[in-house]
Structure formats: C-alpha cells, structure tokens
Ligand binder design. Structure first.
Ligand code: 7RM
Length: 651
C-alpha cells in the first residue's frame, strides 16, 4: 500500500464533532435536526424552497415555484426581484445601514470600510453611470478587475440594472479576455489601470487594449487603482472617477423577472473552448443566500473572509452575493498571500478579527510548507469556522488546517460544488454533521445527490461511481451561452435524466461523500479548472508545434500540474529554448495559470489504431517518476482510470 493509502485508512474513520458550544448556538444543532430538515426538503421541495425564497424581497410574487424537468427547469416563474436590492436596500431596511458591508485591504496596506448605506450609494452611482453611458437591461458587461471594492460595486451595479455581467479573472491573458468578449457579445468592459500583485502592477488596462484589437467594444470604464500610465482611446475609454463619482447616488432598483439572466461565467469543459455558464436572477439568489447561511452558520457579528477572486464562481457566490444577501460583513483582500511575507493572511485575520476563513486546499498546502511559525506569530482566536473549496483536500492538509489555523476548536466545512451548480451542494452543516478529513460529508437540504454507475444505477457503499444530482435545484445553470445543445449534451447526455457533474466519487457506509476528482479531460491546477484540450489548442497554435497532448500529474502543492508532450514541426527540434518559448506562449494565449510545468518533446505521440492519443499512457508516463506524496490520497488513480474508461474518453 502506498503511503497515501495508509493515511487514508488511518483518517477515514476519524470523525470530529464540533465543540458543544458551537453546536448549541448553530442554526442546525444535531445530525437528527439535519436529517429532519433534509427529509423535509426532499419530500416537499416546493414547500422548502418557497419558504427559503420568502425570506428575501420580491417585487412581485412568483406564480409557479418550479417549472419543467431536466434539463430545462425554471424557478419562481412570474416572480420579480432584484438581487442588488436584496444585497443592499433590504439590509438597510432591516436596520443594517451603518454596518460594514465590505472591509477592504489592498496589497499595499490601504484600507476601506464601506457600510451597507455607503455601498448602496456607490452601487447606485455606478448603475447610473452605466445607464448614462448607454448600458441597458440585458446588455453584457465584462468585468476585468483586481480584487478591490469597485469589482463588487460593478457586479452589483450590473445586477441592479439587469445588465448581464461576465467577470473575467485578472490572471487571464488578453487573448482569453478577447475570446470571452466575443463569445458573450460584450459591449462594455469595466477594468482598472492595474492591480497590485506581489508589489508589482498587473497591467489590466493594457491587456484590455490588446484584447480589443480583435474584440472591439463600445466602451471601457477604468478605475484608477495604481496611478499607472495607460493608453487611452477618446470616446471609448472613460475614467470611473469622472463618470461614477459624478453620478447620482439615487437609483430605484427595477423589478427583474426571476429568470432574467444575471451573469455568464466562463469555465473549462472537455473541449478547447471554455463554456459560458449562464445563471439567472431568482434561483441563483436563493441558492447563494441559503447555502451561505447554512454552511457558514452565519451570525450577526461575523467577519466572513472568502479568499477567492471574484473572477471565479466562489468569489461571486461567497465574497459578494451570499455574504451581502445575509447582511454579513465580507472581507476583501487584493493581493498575494505571501506579500510582503508568508503571514499576510494571518496578519489580516488578526487585524480584522475575521471569524470565518474560506479558502482552497492548494493555499493550505502552501501555508503548511511555509511553516507553522507564520500563523503562530498571530492571534487567530477570532476564527470560529474554517472552509475549503475547489479540489479534494488531502487529510494531512485538513489536519494541519484544523490544528494550526483552527486551534482544534473550529469545525471545517469541505464544500463541494461547481460553477454550474451556482452554490454549495455537498458540505457539513457545522455543529450538526461530524466532519471526516477529506470528505465533504452530506448534501445540503434541497440537494439530491447520488453516486451512480454509467447506467444510472446507484452504487453500493464505498463503490466508486459518478456524482450526479437527480433533482433540479434553484441555482443550477440554465444553459451554456449560445449553445443550448452543448448544455444538454454535456450535463444531461451522459446519465439518463440526471445532472452529471464530471466528478468521480464514492459514499461511505455513513452516507458521507468522498469526491475523488474529475473523470473527464478537465484538470484542476491549484483549484483552477482547465481543460487539457484548451492547453493543447494553445500549444498547437504556435508555429513550431505540429501536435500536442496535455495530461495532468499529481503535484504536492497544486493538486495537479500540467505536463505537455509536443511533436515539433518538421525541421524544428525540441530544446530547452523551445520549451521556454512554448510555456510563454501558453501564458500569452490563456494566462499564467495554464503554464505547463513540464514539456517533453517526442517525434510522435502514442496513438491507438483509430488515431486517438493514448492519454492514459502519457498520464502514467508523466506521473511515473514522481513521488505521489499524499496529494493523491483521495484521487484514487486506479478508480478514476476505471471510471474514465467507462465514461468513454479512453480506449
Ligand atoms: C467551486 C468550484 C468545480 C470542480 C468540481 C470538482 C472540484 C470543487 C471540491 C472539489 C473535491 C471539493 N467550482 N471541486 N470543490 N473536489 N472536493 N470540496 O471550484 O467550477 O471551478 O470547479 O472542482 O472537481 O467538479 S469550479
């Protein structure tokens, strides 16, 4: 048995109860209460979701709670609401006007505390500025910003006027931004002159300028963040401080139909082209609201820190919408976790008295490696709850998180979900569900998750299978932008009548879910989703490349690392210079997150008789000479390979 296998046996049956005081104060206080709530939601989903939705403000009530069946479901038909109104005006009406909504710290150390009233004023100003510039309901707006309050303000302003936002992570290249602008039909880009990252300026406006050469838009709104010189196109480019600061801070939030599109967020699938996942107003709002409240067991005085960038779904649902919908203070930090030193996160927690920390396993593994002395220098006693998301967490990182960051008193919520699901699907409810290191435990009330085989038959305990959701939920994606057939085929074409997430998982005899990883060609590098084909397309777009195959290998820090096998064009030779050139080419095409860790040159790639590249062989090759460490604990390679073969991407 491998070292990682031993660890998994040792930890699998360790379970941790929350401290009694935590459970006593929790919204859901015991396993029995959770199970009763779960059963209730399962037996009467309409009753359950209508109760949840009624806690929010509706300009007009829905006439039908849910219509249709997979894949074409709609929620709250006839209902009208406004997400930004619920995040802001409704909180102010509850008396929270003076409460801090956004607590911000920039990488250079600048701070802002923005109350709900102030945030509403800023959002209204931005909404009015967008309207003045000609942005209308239904128009698509790209947001390409650093993690500064203006990013959240821009999102909320779009939501307020019914413009559909598409946030593009600031780490994506100009090329990736251009692809998204074209696919989403973007007419307006909101950006900044730059953002701070490890002491240097991330040149966002410059990337926008480069993207607009091939993907022109009508207007660009630019926040001055770094006093960084930028080039300017009169008539197209507008400064935020000219337009937004001058606009009125009064704006009546219009009633928007529940199914009005709220945002498009691109995520990688199995092909070379990222998918524009479409979420709609009412259902997404209900999912983000309820999941934040239950999973993080929110209290009035919480300071909630979700470290994700707003360029990812986690930033959408938990930095911005879920927190504000619950009237919770959300902490926003602009920069790197190790700038100026590896204790920046712990310094922030101590300074701002954060009570909840929600971050990714890859970050936890980096902190582990940097050493306990960094967290130990700081008073982390304000923390009461910890969360993880984005990839399977190896039990040793989980234990470190619990002991060193949580002081053994904070429950850990390991939350499984996806861009497509909109909100958390599987997670412990802290206080009610005992945790096991590496398991995301049980489904949230209202979520019907199963492990099935290819025929859709439920697997026995501990037998690996496909993770599916077999009943509609409010925050599910509605379509893929511009490609409804692909939506139907991708998510509902694999397993009859069920939403297939792309992950392999098993359930233990206690009913706990253990997610092992993707069974398709999606890879997960530091919690970032990429497709092998996307990286392959980037490589073959280079003139010296004839053919490329990309696979992932286990990586102790990143979870998975990208390994590329490249056949150079006739007359070209593989060399370290070419390798460096190709790695840089991928960065330019997609972004630094897709940079291959290794490039191997080969005269030919191994293929089957039918001409398919034998990825399994390449995967074995790529992983063979590495020590798997404990990162592969959950990612039981053999089970995944078997599942992948059933799934059909292998010979
Ligand atoms: C929220 C997010 C989704 C993919 C998903 C999984 C993996 C996410 C966990 C996880 C194991 C977890 N959205 N994943 N959370 N795997 N345990 N708690 O990450 O669309 O970017 O990625 O991430 O493979 O399918 S995402």
């Amino acid at each position: 048995m491998s070292e990682s296998g031993i660890e998994s046996v040792l930890t699998e049956n360790r379970s941790f109860e929350a401290p009694a005081a935590f459970a006593k104060a929790a919204r859901v206080k015991s396993l029995g209460e959770y199970e009763a709530l779960y059963r209730r939601a399962d037996e009467d989903p309409d009753g359950y979701w209508s109760e949840v939705a009624s806690e929010l403000h509706w300009h007009a009530p829905w006439s039908s709670l849910r219509s249709g069946v997979f894949p074409d479901c709609t929620w709250f038909d006839g209902g009208e609401t406004n997400l930004a109104f619920n995040c802001l005006d409704a909180q102010i009406a509850k008396g929270l006007g003076d409460k801090t909504a956004i607590l911000f710290e920039g990488e250079p150390g600048d701070q802002q505390s923005i109350s709900f009233s102030e945030l509403r004023a800023k959002v209204c100003q931005c909404a009015n500025a967008l309207l003045d510039l000609g942005v209308a309901k239904g128009d698509r707006v790209a947001i390409y910003m650093p993690m500064i309050p203006e990013a959240a303000i821009a999102m909320l302003a779009c939501a307020r006027i019914g413009a559909v936002h598409s946030v593009v992570f600031g780490g994506f290249s100009a090329g990736a931004l251009a692809d998204r602008i074209l696919d989403a039909g973007i007419e307006t880009v909101i950006t900044a002159d730059g953002g701070w990252r490890r002491g240097s300026v991330l040149e966002l406006k410059k990337n926008v300028d480069d993207a607009l050469v091939t993907a022109p838009v009508k207007r660009v709104l630019v926040v001055k963040r770094c006093a960084n010189p930028v080039s300017w196109q009169e008539g197209r480019d507008h400064w935020w401080h000219d337009r937004v600061d001058a606009a009125s801070s009064e704006h009546q939030a219009p009633a928007l139909e529940a199914e009005h599109p709220l945002f498009i967020l691109y995520t990688s699938g199995t092909t070379g082209k990222p998918k524009g996942i479409v979420h709609t107003t009412g259902g997404y709002m209900v999912g983000a609201y309820q999941s934040t409240k239950l999973v993080f067991d929110l209290k009035d005085d919480d300071i909630f820190w979700c470290t994700a960038d707003v360029g990812w779904i986690t930033g959408h649902s938990y930095v911005v919408y879920g927190a504000l919908l619950n009237g919770t203070t959300t902490l926003v930090y602009e920069g790197a976790p190790n700038h100026p030193q590896p204790d920046r996160f712990w310094e922030l927690i101590a300074k701002h008295k954060a009570t909840i920390l929600y971050t990714a396993p890859t970050a936890i593994r980096a902190f582990m490696r940097w050493g306990d002395e960094w967290p130990n220098k700081h008073d982390l006693s304000s923390l009461r709850l910890l969360g993880t998301v984005g990839e399977p967490i190896n039990p040793s990182a989980w234990m470190w998180y619990r002991e060193v960051i949580g002081g053994e008193r904070c429950p850990i919520v390991d939350t499984w979900w996806q861009t497509e699901t909109g909100s958390i699907m599987l997670s412990p409810l802290p206080g009610a569900i005992a945790t096991k290191p590496g398991s995301c435990t049980r489904p949230l009330p209202g979520v019907s998750a199963k492990i099935v085989d290819k025929q859709g038959v439920e697997c026995a305990a501990n037998v690996g299978g496909f993770l599916v959701i077999d009943k509609p939920w409010p925050s599910m994606l509605r379509t893929i932008n511009g490609d409804h057939d692909r939506f139907v085929q991708t998510y509902f074409g694999e397993i009859e009548g069920k939403y297939f997430a792309g992950d392999g998982a098993r359930r233990d005899p206690d009913g706990y879910f253990w997610v092992m990883g993707r069974v398709d060609d999606v890879i997960n590098v530091s919690g970032h989703r990429l497709s092998t084909m996307e990286v392959e397309s980037a490589l073959v777009s280079h003139p010296k490349v004839a053919e490329a195959a990309v696979v992932a290998k286990p990586d102790e820090l990143k979870g998975q690392a990208i390994v590329a096998f490249v056949t150079p064009m006739k007359g070209e030779k593989g060399s370290s210079a070419l390798s460096a050139e190709l790695r840089q080419h991928v960065v330019t095409q997609i972004g630094a997150l897709a940079r291959p860790e290794e490039i191997h040159f080969a005269d030919a790639l191994p293929k089957t008789r039918s001409g398919k590249i034998m990825r399994r062989l390449l995967r074995d090759l790529a992983s063979g000479n590495t020590t798997a460490g404990d990162v592969s604990t959950l990612e039981d390679a053999s089970i995944l390979t078997t599942l992948a073969a059933q799934y059909g991407d292998e010979e």
